[in-house]
Design a protein around this ligand. Structure first.
Ligand code: SF4
Ligand code: SF4
Length: 192
């Protein structure tokens, strides 16, 4: 069922990893940092959710129970944001099966209207915080020039709507299906 999706994920993930490497002057990710999994809605398409669940169902029973407990105790804030229930001890319990948005956390994103959005953790002094002004939503070109960074910041449209249109997706015949938040998917899954 997931053969072509896995082929897509392999290529997509390699591209994303290359992007992180290319952008390392602006990246502050390190083991134990999990802010990106602690505050979000996590929009997943159906195939992403089903693949995530494939990973979940392979986990030991006690870890599965912990995830169910995490889900049951989710408290959303006023924006509807919450801690991902798959985050355990600051690590993703379904890392190999994580969704696309999880793989792009921490990079700059270009919206359809051309606006550059910095990653959420830039507000915490992490990724791109050295070269992005969150108030004006602009890259600080003077700072970039002054610091002679090896590479300029790269901005891609990493939104799922754009990813769905990639030739690779079409060539592999991948159907992403409907999109819902992780909370909505899990609500149906756990209450089945
Ligand atoms: S993307 Fe941001 S919050 Fe997530 S691990 Fe990297 S630095 Fe930490
Ligand atoms: S599925 Fe894993 S990587 Fe994605 S938000 Fe949850 S804990 Fe983070």
């Amino acid at each position: 069922m997931f053969d072509n999706y896995k082929k897509f994920l392999d290529i997509f993930t390699q591209d994303i990893e290359a992007m992180f490497e290319h952008q390392k002057d602006y990246i502050f990710c390190k083991e134990g940092c999990s802010h990106c999994c602690e505050y979000g809605e996590y929009p997943f398409c159906e195939i992403e959710f089903l693949y995530l669940i494939e990973g979940y169902e392979k986990l030991p029973q006690d870890i599965q129970q912990k995830i169910r407990d995490n889900f049951a105790s989710i408290k959303k804030d006023e924006n509807g944001y919450y801690v991902c229930p798959f985050l355990i001890d600051k690590k993703c319990s379904v890392y190999s099966n994580r969704a696309l948005v999880c793989r792009t956390f921490g990079l700059l994103n270009k919206e359809a209207d051309g606006t550059v959005n910095g990653p959420f953790c830039g507000k915490l002094g992490l990724n791109y915080s050295n070269v992005y002004d969150k108030d004006t939503k602009q890259l600080l070109m003077d700072v970039i020039e002054e610091n002679h960074y090896k590479h300029l910041p790269r901005v891609f449209n990493l939104n799922i709507d754009n990813i769905r249109k990639l030739d690779l997706v079409k060539d592999l015949g991948i159907e992403f299906g409907v999109q819902k938040t992780l909370y909505e998917w899990l609500e149906s899954y756990f209450n089945e």
